[in-house]
Structures are given as C-alpha cells and as structure tokens.
Design a binder for this molecule. Structure first.
Ligand code: HEC
Ligand code: HEC
Length: 425
C-alpha cells in the first residue's frame, strides 16, 4: 500500500499554484508571470512547470526528495532526460546584474548573469532572469517543447483559461493576441519535432510574444511573493526580532574575516535594487567541490562552470582557463526549507552536499584533512572517514579564502544554526 502510494506520488512533478496570500501584492504583469510559472501545460508531456524544479515550499529550488538525495539533477518532462546541475533557487535571482567584468589592477572579476555559469547574461532582454526564462521551455532535458510557438500558443490561448486569472491580453493589450495556425502546433507534444515558421510576420510576432512571456516571468520572480525577506534574520537585522545566543555567535563567525569569512562572498550589504542582504555578491568562485558520482551525466562528470561559458565569447575567451570550475555565489536564503523534516536537500551546483553541517565542515577543513582514497566518495562517506575527495578543478581552486578556517566543532555548529535563520517564513 505504502509503496504504491510513493510510486504514484513520484509521478506528480508540480503542485498547483498555491493560493495567493495577498492578491494585492502582485501587479498584473506579475500575475501573468505567476500563472506561467506554475503552468504544467508548458512542457512537452504536460507534466512539468518551472515550479517542478523551483517550488516555493523548498525556497524555489527542487522539492524532489528522491533526486536531492542522489544526483540532485531533476528529470525533464521527457522521462530519462537529465541536465547536469541541481536547480538553484529562483528566488532572489532577479537581483543579479547584467553579466559584466570589473578590472582592478591585474585582477578581472566577473559579476552577474543568471545560471550558475552566468550564461543568461541579460544582454538580450535587459535582465539576466528574463534571458534565463526562455531557456527551460525549449531545453530538451527540461520542459522540452520543440519550438517557442508552442509556449506562445499555450499562453495566448490556454486550454484551461482558469489558470490565467490575468491573461496575456490583459497585460500586453488585446491587439497583442494573434491566431496561430493549428498545423504549426500539432507536434508540440513531440520534444524532437522540427517546427519552422515560414511566414516571417508570424515568426516575428511569435518571437515578440516569447520575449514578453519571459519578461512577465521575470517580473513575477522579482515580486515580493518570491522575495519576501521574511526570515528570522531579517526581523533581527531590522531590530524587530530576536536570534538565540548560538545563532548570534554563528552570525559573528559568518562575518568575521579571521573566522568563517563567509560574508566575503555571501555579502551582507544590500546589492543593486535590494534594501536587504541577498547573501551573494554575484561573483564566481571554484570552491573545489568534489564530483557527485550520482550525476546523471556519469560518475566522473566535472562541471566547468563559468570557464566553459567564457570560452564561447571571443571577448572573454582569454579569461576562461583561470575560471574553469567557477560557479556563481548563490544566495544562502531558504537553505533549510523542506517539504517534511526528513526530506533531503542538496547543496552546491552538483548537489554533492546533503547537509549544511557537511558544507561548513568542508569550508573549515578542505585543505587540512587528507584526500579520500576514493575520489568519488559521497559526503557521508567522506565525513565518516575524515577525508575529502579530490576537487573537480584543482588548478583554479580558491585557496585564499577557505579550506583551513581553524574553527572548532562548536563554531561549526553555531554557523549552521545561523544559516537556518535565513529561511523565509
Ligand atoms: C527540470 C528542472 C527545471 C525546470 C523545469 C526549470 N528549471 Fe530553472 N533551473 C534549473 C537548473 C538545473 C538551473 C541551473 C542551470 C545552470 O546553471 O546551467 C536552473 C536555473 C534557474 C535560474 C537561475 C538561478 C541562478 O541563480 O542563476 C532561474 C531564475 C530559473 N532557473 C528559473 C526558471 C524558470 C522561470 C523556469 C520555467 C520557465 C525554470 N527555471 C524551469 C532547473 C529547472
Ligand atoms: C570565496 C567566496 C566564498 C566564501 C568565502 C564562502 N562561500 Fe559559500 N559559496 C560560494 C560559491 C561560489 C558557492 C557555490 C559553489 C558551487 O556550487 O560549486 C557557495 C555555496 C555555498 C552554499 C551552498 C548553497 C546552495 O544553495 O547550494 C552554502 C551553504 C555556503 N556557500 C555557505 C558558506 C559559508 C557558511 C561560508 C563561510 C564558512 C561560505 N559559504 C564562504 C562562495 C563562497
């Protein structure tokens, strides 16, 4: 009985949109984006929405206990197809600036963009999250629709209009809605279909609508619903709430340069439009995270991160070698949000870590403990054997700001306690 129940639950890849806590908190464009975000019809098999991998109840990252416990990559709409990274939080992502570089003497630092390698630069639609939002619909390992016309048709003419309390026409004007010949969308359920729009005017309209859908999605992602800043830390920082003594000690360790030094990258100063700390400076770093042997791309898969993206841009290619394995500094908000107390979470780009205690111990002892004999040892195995597996990219690993923090076990526990204060209510 139990087993049947679990198997059935695994097929459900997205919960319906939760009820709006405060409908007045979203403007009409954000309402449209919200409907798109939770719409499972926008995938090849009708089984996957953005929220399937970015669920509000787990801080807009993956709610899937089964995947989090292992490879951490979420299966796409077409079963058996996987990408190579763990879904990061889609919350607080809209504060990232357009990808750019900052020159300081001989140093060049890359800042901003969306995706862990910054490749959704914001150069197309003006913000990284709008650029990013066009990716998943057409990614064969994600929502897997074969052409943008499929997304546009299903948003402009939803089969279930009740999913769209605010319609595309409400936001972009009645004249923005147009008919799409049925023949063009007949194969939208086939991820591998080849669809071409011969009519240039129609193709241009589809492009424009696809851009507007992405812009609306990004508007929702920028809303207070997605970025509530409602954690216990925020209340404490605003002087209207309390933290325990242990949590306050953890905060001191987090910020002190000669202790955790975490705030060097997970900065506490508000960035960009935000009045609050996002806990990232949107730069990129290679922390030396080991491989995750459960990665669907194979046990020995290594993730080249920003370096691989820079290689594709003639302006930036010369910086690529030094940034192999660098990933964007993520927000630290909502790290401990889970569907149930015993549900798994996964941390870092490949989900190698399953516990915050393991992450903190790694920052503290990466360069102190011996290398594990097994380069593919899991976090649990490494902790048990008091070792760390080799990093994915040794040459570019940051050895200045982490790896030997000289924290005590009590310090580590305090840091973990502080991290848990960053969950939104
Ligand atoms: C199958 C799972 C999956 C689905 C469905 C999905 N995403 Fe993601 N999302 C990911 C993964 C994995 C990444 C990181 C990919 C990378 O860095 O290459 C990501 C990255 C992001 C980011 C960037 C976060 C950051 O820190 O840079 C945002 C924002 C985001 N997704 C929003 C969306 C939206 C909007 C949709 C729907 C249109 C969506 N996602 C659908 C898995 C998914
Ligand atoms: C040199 C910059 C830097 C410093 C210092 C730093 N971090 Fe990070 N942090 C990162 C980057 C980059 C990532 C993502 C790395 C990856 O995915 O490979 C990350 C990821 C994390 C994650 C995983 C988040 C997630 O959603 O997967 C946690 C937790 C974390 N850091 C906590 C800390 C703590 C606690 C400290 C201090 C002990 C700290 N960080 C210090 C750059 C830094």
């Amino acid at each position: 009985m139990n087993r049947i129940h679990i198997a059935a639950a695994a097929l459900i890849t997205a919960a319906p949109a939760p009820a709006l806590a405060n409908p007045l908190s979203l403007d009409t464009e954000q309402m449209l984006g919200r409907s798109v975000f939770f719409d499972t019809s926008l995938s090849a098999q009708g089984n996957m929405a953005c929220s399937s991998c970015h669920d509000p109840s787990t801080g807009f990252t993956s709610p899937r206990d089964d995947f989090n416990a292992a490879g951490a990559v979420v299966e796409g709409s077409v079963s058996g197809r996987f990408g190579n990274r763990k879904p990061p939080s889609a919350a607080y992502a809209t504060f990232s600036p357009v990808l750019h570089h900052v020159v300081d003497g001989d140093d060049v630092t890359f800042v901003g963009g969306a995706f862990l390698d910054g490749r959704a630069t914001g150069g197309k639609l003006g913000t990284p999250t709008a650029d990013q939002a066009q990716g998943p619909f057409l990614n064969p390992a994600e929502m897997a629709l074969p052409h943008a016309v499929c997304v546009v048709d299903r948003v402009l003419h939803p089969s279930d209009p009740s999913r769209y309390p605010v319609s595309y026409a409400d936001v972009w004007g009645p004249a923005s809605v147009f008919e799409i010949p049925a023949a063009l969308t007949a194969d939208c359920g086939d991820a591998d279909a080849k669809i071409t729009i011969e009519d240039e005017d129609l193709a241009a309209r589809v492009d424009e609508a696809f851009d507007r859908i992405a812009i609306s999605l990004a508007a929702f992602e920028a809303s207070d619903e997605v970025n509530p800043f409602s954690s216990r830390y925020d209340a404490w920082a605003a002087g209207v709430g309390t933290l325990s003594e242990q949590e306050q000690r953890g905060f001191e360790i987090f910020t002190a340069e000669d202790k955790g030094n975490c705030a060097a990258c997970h900065v506490l100063t508000p960035t960009g439009r935000s009045q609050h700390a996002i806990f990232t400076d949107w730069t990129f770093d290679n922390l030396g995270v080991p491989r995750n042997r459960d990665n669907p791309q194979g046990a020995s898969y290594v993730d080249p991160g920003l370096g691989a993206y820079l290689e594709t841009d003639p302006l930036y290619a010369s910086f690529a070698a030094d940034l192999m394995g660098a990933q964007q500094v993520p927000t630290l908000r909502n790290l401990d949000k889970r569907l149930s107390a015993d549900a798994s979470r996964a941390y870092m780009h490949n989900g190698y870590f399953k516990t915050l205690a393991g992450v903190v111990h790694f920052y503290n002892t990466r360069d102190v403990l011996p290398r594990c004999a097994d380069p593919l040892a899991s976090e649990a195995e490494a902790l048990a054997a008091n070792c760390w597996p080799e990093p994915q990219f040794e040459a570019t690993m940051n050895t200045e700001e982490l790896g030997d923090l000289k924290l005590t076990a009590a310090d580590e526990a305090d840091l973990v306690a502080f991290l848990k204060t960053l969950d939104d209510r």
